[in-house]
Design a protein around this ligand. Structure first.
Ligand SMILES: O=C(O)CCC(=O)C(=O)O
Ligand SMILES: [Fe+2]
Length: 238
């Protein structure tokens, strides 16, 4: 993997606004390789929230649900979203996959090593002006029709998160399909939204109120990304 973008060009804007969108993150060959990997991935977990707990279930379990079970699941998801924080999307927990060695030879391992190499960590340190960044975690995410992530601020104690990153790897997204990463201001208005894009890095300071808009039933492709957080200290699993 090789970066094409230069953090120095974007650091000033980031420090003014607390968020940034950097197009052309990787060189063309790396971007295509990562895109192919995501498009060809057929095993995804289903991530959602059950009574305040994060749940991540294997695609094998989901594929044997009866129609009634799927309906029940959907009701549970929407009931949660009505009341507060809820999400539904497909994910591969790359950080765990790497450390557990559960997908030997998979490109996600190469990607994880790249995200924790000097090349990417220095990019983050320069962009954010935070030399103390020590590592980053990562997951692959796939938002399809009916998927969403309601408003939250990423502030979870004990994780030493400096900033969130989203490497958006979606080609030909139609803005009418939803799926924007939206940021809210103190008045509750949408201050800025980043639409899914190809080979584009979004980084934002946390805590910061944000959400991924519901992906509409007529979205004709998935919203693919690699997401995670730049964190201080040493990776506790390294
Ligand atoms: O996918 C995105 O654009 C943002 C994801 C996010 O906010 C999260 O995983 O906490
Ligand atoms: Fe978030």
């Amino acid at each position: 993997m090789r970066l094409a973008a230069n953090a120095v060009n974007w650091a000033g804007r980031f420090s003014q606004r607390g968020r940034i969108q950097v197009p052309g993150l990787f060189d063309d060959a790396s971007a295509e390789q990562l895109h192919r990997c995501l498009v060809n991935q057929d095993q995804w977990n289903l991530a959602f929230n059950r009574r305040g707990e994060h749940v991540d279930i294997g695609s094998d379990s989901v594929s044997i649900w009866t129609e009634a079970q799927s309906r029940q699941f959907e009701e549970m998801i929407y009931a949660g979203a009505k009341e507060g924080f809820q999400y539904r999307y497909k994910a591969v927990p790359i950080y765990d996959v790497y450390h557990d060695g559960s997908l030997p030879g998979h490109f996600f391992n190469t990607l994880f090593e790249f995200l924790n190499s000097d090349a990417f960590l220095n990019f983050g340190r320069q962009l954010l002006g935070r030399p103390e960044i020590g590592f980053c975690d990562a997951q692959a995410t796939c938002f399809e029709a009916g998927h969403f992530l309601t408003t939250h601020d990423d502030d979870i104690g004990g994780k030493n998160r400096v900033a969130a990153y989203v490497i958006s790897m979606t080609k030909n997204w139609n803005p009418n399909w939803g799926g924007a990463l939206q940021f809210f201001n103190e008045q509750g208005n949408i201050e800025e939204g980043f639409l899914p894009a190809f080979n584009t890095l979004n980084v934002f300071q946390i805590p910061q109120s944000h959400a991924v808009e519901f992906v509409t039933p007529f979205a004709s492709g998935p919203r693919l990304s690699i997401t995670g957080w730049f964190r201080t200290g040493k990776d506790p699993r390294s």
